[in-house]
Structure formats: structure tokens, C-alpha cells
Design a protein around this ligand. Structure first.
Ligand code: SF4
Length: 313
């Protein structure tokens, strides 16, 4: 059963002289015990979709329609005070750069205890914080409570941030490119840790790394220019990718022995660019006349597998 549902979310930004739409009918679900990957190039709307869940949006952003349902409430309708009770406690964020996510002036222990004291009254914050650090495999956790962030390595900082989410038993974990700033061995450790805690939470993994997705995710939604263009269980997606954008992303992965690295020509459009029809059509090798004029509907192309492309007509 879904813990959180994003339904037909439309969002845009007030610009100097006009309103520019950035998300178009974005829908996806998060389930306890599952990792849902939002995939796409930079600027495709992955992070802004996730930040909409936390209601951490720039002042110029405006949700024009759609719902984000969590515990019977529509999150965009909640007040800032109500959202403060949810952020960190029920929905936690693992940011892209652990180096800047911790306050350098406070010990790691103090920062974890602050989260516990804010959201979980009546529990021993110190013991809970030590327990959380132990769960993320920080050695000598009790002693490391007194360490400052600069005394932690990059991987340890990221684990300390995951510990904050664990300390409050967050139901949803939003991991925004959680391993981008880390080297590959630490990346593997962080993903192993996320898989360890997956049974007790629902994870939204935001990434452009399809290799990471193939090894870890249960469900995949591919975003392009503010729209979900393909969604499927991970196994089906990698067995049978359908959308030309997904195929282009997969073929641009480096392969052993390949003579040439495939690329996708052009760039994702900015929100200032008006694009008629399919938003991928200026870069699509299979573009047809209809693609330049009409928005492709979403077609069911397999069990729980959907693709927004006219080739499925
Ligand atoms: Fe390409 Fe047309 Fe499909 Fe868009 S609808 S992805 S332009 S074939």
C-alpha cells in the first residue's frame, strides 16, 4: 500500500513577466519497504518534485494543481507549522552534499540529538542518537558523538545524516543524489545501508545514475523536462525499456569493449523554452510529425509499465 502518493502535480515559477511551468502532471507513489527511483538528466524536475513533498520550494514556485497525499492530508495544503512536524520526523531528506549538510559549529551528536528532542519528546536523546549512529555503522559511536563534522569523512557524514532520519523513524526517506559527492567504495557502503533500512521506510532515490538504479531500486520513474515519461517496476524497465528517452539514457551508459560512447544530442530544455507536442521531440531520433504537434498520452505497455510515447499508439 502506498505511504505517499503524488497525483498529477503541476508546478511553475513566477518569472518577471510570466508564469513558467516546470512540472507537468507528475504522478508517482512510494511504498514502505520499496525504493522508488526518479531518474533523468539534471534539470528534468526530479529534485523540485521531491522538494514539493517537503514543501521546501522557492518563494516564486507555485503548485497550480495536483495532490501530494500523506497520512490522509494533502501536503501542499498544510501550514508551515504543520509541515515542521513532518519534516525530519516523518519525511527525512538525505541531501546531495553531506559536506555542507551538517553545521560545522556543533558536534555530530548534538545535531542528531536536536532532531530527536524536536520531534520525539520524552525519550533519552543521547541514547537514541548513539543507537542511531551504531545502526549506520559508525565505530565507537558513543565517543564519536563528541566529534565535529570536519572530523568525519564524507561517507561518515552521509551516514550521520542517515542516522538523523533513523533516530526519528521517518516513514519516508528522500535521498537526493546521496552518493554523487562520494567515491565508489563509499557509494556502495551508503547504498548497502539504504537497503538495510529499506524494510522500515519508503525510499525515494533521486539520481541520474542508472547503474545505481538497476542494482537497488524496486520501481523506476523516468523524468524528462518536468514530465514522467516512463514508469515501471525496475525489473521490467531494464528488461524492456520503452520510451526513446529511456533507451537513449541506457545506451549512453559506458559498456566494456564498446568502440564509441553513445550520447543524446542537445540539452534538456529550460523552463523558458516553449515546446509544442512531445517535450522530447527536438532530441528524439524517432520523432514523427504528430510528435511536434500533440502531447503523447500515457500508454500501458506492460504490467504496471507506462510510457508516454506515440510509438505505442
Ligand atoms: Fe519521440 Fe515522438 Fe515518442 Fe516523443 S512521442 S519520444 S518525439 S517518438
Amino acid at each position: 500500500m502506498a505511504v505517499l502518493e503524488v497525483k498529477n502535480l503541476n508546478l511553475g515559477f513566477e518569472c518577471e513577466d510570466s508564469f513558467k511551468q516546470a512540472l507537468f502532471d507528475v504522478s508517482f507513489e512510494l511504498e514502505r519497504g520499496k525504493m522508488h527511483a526518479l531518474v533523468g538528466e539534471s534539470g528534468c524536475g526530479k529534485t523540485i518534485s521531491a522538494m514539493s513533498i517537503l514543501k521546501l520550494l522557492p518563494k516564486t514556485a507555485k503548485i497550480t494543481s495536483g495532490e501530494i497525499l500523506f497520512e490522509g492530508a494533502d501536503l501542499p495544503e498544510l501550514s508551515e507549522k504543520e509541515m515542521q512536524k513532518i519534516r525530519g520526523a516523518k519525511i527525512a531528506l538525505i541531501p546531495q552534499d553531506p559536506m555542507t549538510a551538517l553545521n560545522p559549529l556543533y558536534t555530530v551528536g548534538n545535531q542528531i540529538m536536536e532532531v530527536i528532542e524536536t520531534h520525539r519528546n520524552g525519550q533519552s536523546a543521547f541514547e537514541k542518537a548513539v543507537e542511531a549512529l551504531e545502526r549506520v555503522h559508525i565505530p565507537c559511536a558513543k565517543d564519536r558523538m563528541k566529534s565535529y563534522p570536519h572530523e568525519f569523512s564524507g561517507g561518515m557524514k552521509q551516514r550521520a545524516i542517515i542516522a538523523m532520519a533513523l533516530a526519528c523513524s521517518a516513514q519516508i526517506l528522500i535521498a537526493d543524489e546521496p552518493t554523487t559527492a562520494l567515491d565508489v567504495t563509499i557509494q556502495a557502503q551508503i547504498m548497502k545501508l539504504l537497503n538495510e533500512i529499506k524494510p522500515e521506510t519508503a525510499i525515494l532515490l533521486i539520481t541520474h545514475d542508472l547503474a545505481l538504479v538497476s542494482e537497488n531500486a524496486d520501481f523506476v520513474s523516468v523524468m524528462y523536462a518536468g514530465r514522467v515519461v516512463e514508469s515501471a517496476p525496475a525489473h521490467n524497465f531494464f528488461q524492456n525499456p520503452n520510451h526513446p528517452y529511456s533507451l537513449a539514457l541506457l545506451s549512453s551508459l559506458p559498456a566494456a569493449g564498446a568502440a564509441k560512447l553513445e550520447t543524446i544530442c542537445g540539452q534538456p530544455p529550460s523552463i523558458h523554452q516553449e515546446i509544442s507536442g512531445c517535450r522530447f521531440h527536438p532530441r528524439c531520433k524517432k520523432c514523427m510529425e504528430i510528435c511536434t504537434k500533440e502531447i503523447p498520452p500515457v500508454y500501458e505497455v506492460g504490467k504496471n509499465h507506462y510510457s508516454a510515447c506515440f510509438l505505442n499508439k
